[in-house]
Design a protein around this ligand. Structure first.
Ligand code: COA
Length: 321
């Protein structure tokens, strides 16, 4: 018994913001952003929400798999930037889809969120609790980014992606590894509301993303290749056996550094970050959906998915398409 991805979908906000647009807001340039990150433009919400984007991505994944919302048994939304703390985004997506039989809840592991949610869904299915699961990664990071901070506002974008997974007799997801390192939490953070009640009121702290970019960069190029090797070794595979690496899209130089450390040609590392920026938990499922719709995923291919981000959290998954 295995768990197989049987449908993919994605949704992006209509508005496209170029590096030149950002150069009108903060002291930056298209040249600097492209050279340091590989990003050329990103989609930014002018009204779309995590819920509306995730629902659209889920509808497309269901359509791609030829399934109805009523068939869905588990619905997970990975997000670090939901519009509401309660109810969770997944319950709102459930309502829009009409997936009345599904159990729905959110999961936050920042940019590794989609991967962690996929692993959670697989564990439920392998335990025999559910037959299928719809998993979305959705972010509207533009509402938590400081648009006056040039070192972060140029990096992120909004969007959502989704996959439908199902129990299968065919080989599908072969294995996962997941890691967390809470001791490094301060390198990438965004505060929520401060404690404030009749007994205590803490001073205001910014509710925007703060990041030590160099630390995050160093962490990603060191830990991601190590955890990819770990999941491959557990499945008696080597980096050369992998047809495509679908990595979190944070920065072109990070992806290139990972490819170098794995001694794998860069053309096995598809990228879309030049058009969409870093969409946190939406990055992997959006890229996967684009590859699927472009016909680049053939049955039997070996794929690695790998995500990393705030927490710190990171992990990898190897699968047969
Ligand atoms: N435009 C122009 N200059 C900028 C800039 C921008 N958008 N952002 C920062 N700079 C400046 C800095 O102020 C600094 O100037 P100084 O030398 O006068 O102080 C200079 O560029 C170098 O900054 P530095 O932070 O050392 O640049 P870098 O080469 O490390 O690149 C990042 C910065 C953010 C692109 C890079 O560290 C990175 O991509 N890190 C990973 C971030 C990430 O992916 N986070 C999400 C993970 S899920």
């Amino acid at each position: 018994m295995s768990v197989k991805i049987i449908g993919t979908g994605s949704a992006l906000p209509q508005k496209i913001v170029t590096n030149d647009d950002l150069a009108q807001m903060v002291e930056t340039s298209d040249e600097w952003i492209r050279e340091r990150t590989g990003i050329g433009s990103r989609h930014i919400s002018t009204g779309e929400t995590v819920v509306s984007l995730a629902a659209e991505a889920c509808e497309r994944a269901l359509e791609n798999a030829g399934k109805n919302p009523a068939d869905v048994q588990l619905l997970l939304v990975a997000t670090a930037a939901p519009e509401t703390g309660i109810p969770c985004a997944a319950c709102q997506v459930q309502s829009i889809l009409g997936a009345g039989s599904a159990v729905a809840f959110d999961l936050n592991a920042a940019c590794a969120g989609f991967l962690f949610a996929l692993h959670t869904a697989c564990a439920y299915i392998e335990a025999g609790i559910y037959e299928n699961a719809l998993i979305a990664g959705g972010e509207v990071l533009s509402k938590i980014v400081d648009w006056t901070d040039r070192s972060t506002c140029v990096l992120f974008g909004d969007g959502a992606g989704a996959v439908l997974v199902q129990r299968s007799e065919q080989p599908g997801i072969l294995g996962f590894v997941q890691h967390s390192d809470g001791t490094k939490g301060e390198v990438l953070q965004c505060h929520s509301r401060q404690l404030s009640n009749p007994y205590i009121s803490l001073p205001f702290d910014s509710h925007f993303v703060k990041m030590d970019g160099r630390e995050v960069f160093a962490f990603a190029v060191r830990q991601v290749p190590a955890c990819i090797r770990e999941v491959l070794e557990r499945n008696s595979l080597s980096p050369a056996d992998v047809d495509l690496y679908v990595l979190h899209q944070a920065n072109r130089r990070i992806v290139e550094g990972i490819a170098r450390r794995l001694s794998v040609e860069e053309d096995r590392f598809p990228m879309n970050l030049d058009r969409v920026g870093n969409m946190s938990s939406a990055a992997i499922p959006v890229l996967l959906d684009e590859l699927n719709r472009e016909g680049r995923l053939r049955q039997g291919m070996t794929l690695v998915l790998s995500g990393f981000g705030a927490g710190l959290t990171y992990g990898a998954c190897v699968l047969r398409w």
